[in-house]
Design a protein around this ligand. Structure first.
Ligand code: SAH
Ligand code: SF4
Length: 437
């Protein structure tokens, strides 16, 4: 059973206790039980943006649209919201004036608030997004979302939770106090915010000087669930969000270009594969249970053998749909030649890619990133064994758009930015995953 430090099930605004170093040392795996806010539009906000087809249908029925019209009306709204990116009901010219007026009276097409947008010299963008308040005590949860443009693709790294209940010892997000699940609408809204900002709608253009893929394709072509949170602890809403994002009449992202990263929530992996049919990434980071217990404490619940068995059974696994194994390079901890050889041995028989991630330090972190020569040597052993082993190239250094460093409180962000700038520490964040077409 998970160790639960705080029960805030009934009140998503409750602030669970922080995980102190002592708590980590005592071996806590999780901080809180699962927290959900009501699905769909946030109370008070009542925006239709991000809703699933069923939620849209309910919203229309609630303002008196007759049952026989619902399917057609949902299709119309779907097109305007998700294909065209409409921000005003007045744009919906094929919807009758009377219905448009009723819609405008009851609902909005508001996006969550963009608190800040930072653009790196290399074109990486990071948004701090504040979700609408869920109640009188809630100022609105803040999450971060990162866009990484490349020549032939644009990848959006989205969050699935505010904070994370897990406590991986090298991850900054794991120290965040407030933890709640994002609704599917809040997950989808991250993509909408990104597309608004980079002009990725049929009638829009990118802002002056913006860096976007030059291959004539979509500006956001890939999604990775590698922001804040453990997606498989919010699997229902993550799957619902993926359904909206990949819907052929709206946002039309290919499921093969959506990658869900998990720390190893074994019991939910089959469901992800069979229902969402996306690419899978596993945060492995260690090849021995003893070390993985410490780095990725969920390993105490589901050990390496159970995790790799679940990988072998992942629906749709093939050479064309390989699993990505993420491996953070920690100096003197998991980066020896023996570790590399054991990694190769463990993954034998699993169609896999290995993604070596230089460790991103954060204030108070107890690890250092492996030296570059060590990373190269490790990568070479893996490569010689027949695996692609890209090392994530640093991106967005100047705006701290780093994987595992996301932590939403604005003040902390500023403090960290200052500290990092002073120390000359950069950030990385190429999430070049998804298919390789
Ligand atoms: N919770 C999920 C997805 C979010 S974390 C998971 O753990 O897979 C996304 C990736 O960033 C994971 O592989 C995670 O292990 C890695 N990561 C976390 N902290 C990091 C850090 N400080 N430096 C580099 N990578 C980190
Ligand atoms: Fe949570 Fe993933 Fe960070 Fe672990 S690495 S604390 S699972 S976000």
């Amino acid at each position: 059973m998970a160790t639960v430090l705080d029960i805030a099930k009934r009140n998503p605004n409750a602030v669970p206790v922080a995980v102190s170093d002592a708590a980590r040392a005592a071996g806590f795996i999780e901080k809180t039980a699962e927290l959900n806010v009501a699905a769909g539009a946030a109370p008070g906000g009542a925006s239709l943006v991000g809703l699933t087809r069923d939620q849209l249908k309910d919203s229309l029925a609630a303002i008196g649209v007759p049952e026989r019209e619902l399917k057609m009306r949902v299709a119309q709204l779907w097109h305007w919201i998700y294909f065209r990116g409409a921000k005003d009901f007045a744009e919906m010219t094929n919807v009758g004036k009377d219905l448009r007026a009723r819609l405008a009276q009851a609902y909005t097409l508001a996006r969550p608030q963009v608190v800040s947008e930072q653009v790196s010299k290399d074109g990486t963008r990071k948004w701090l997004i504040r979700m609408p308040s869920t109640g009188p005590l809630d100022k609105g949860a803040e999450i971060e979302c990162v866009y990484i443009p490349e020549v032939d693709r644009g990848t959006l790294c989205v969050s699935s939770q505010v904070g994370c209940t897990l406590t991986c010892s090298f991850c900054h997000t794991g120290t965040q106090r407030l933890v709640r699940n994002l609704t599917s609408a809040e997950i989808v809204a991250q993509l909408i915010v990104a597309r608004d900002s980079i002009g990725d709608w049929p009638d829009a253009v990118p802002p002056e000087g913006a860096f976007v893929p030059a291959d004539g394709g979509r500006f956001v072509s890939n999604i990775v669930f590698m922001g804040m949170g453990e997606p498989l602890y919010n699997i229902g809403d993550v799957i619902a969000a993926i359904d909206v994002m990949s819907d052929g009449e709206g946002l039309t992202l290919s499921r093969r270009r959506i990658t869900v990263s998990t720390s190893g929530v074994v019991p939910q992996m089959e469901r992800l594969g069979s229902e969402a049919n996306t690419m899978l990434a596993i945060s492995l980071h260690a090849v021995r249970d003893e070390l993985r217990d410490e780095l990725v404490p969920i390993n105490r619940k589901y050990d390496i053998k159970q995790l790799l068995d679940a990988c072998r059974a992942y629906p749709g696994l093939s050479n064309a749909r390989r699993i990505t194994f993420e491996y953070v390079m920690l100096k003197g901890v998991n980066d020896s030649d023996a570790d590399a050889r054991e990694l190769v041995r463990l993954l034998k028989g699993i169609p896999a890619k290995i993604n070596l991630i230089p460790f991103n330090p954060w204030p108070g972190s107890k690890y250092e990133c492996s030296d570059w020569e060590r990373i190269e040597r490790f990568s070479e052993i893996v490569y010689r064994a027949g695996y692609a082993s890209p090392v994530r190239t640093p991106r967005g250094r100047d705006i701290l758009a780093a994987c595992g460093q996301l932590k939403s409180e604005t003040e902390k962000l500023r403090a960290r930015a200052r500290m990092m700038a002073e120390q000359g520490i950069g950030a990385e964040g190429v999430y070049a995953l998804g298919d390789e077409e």
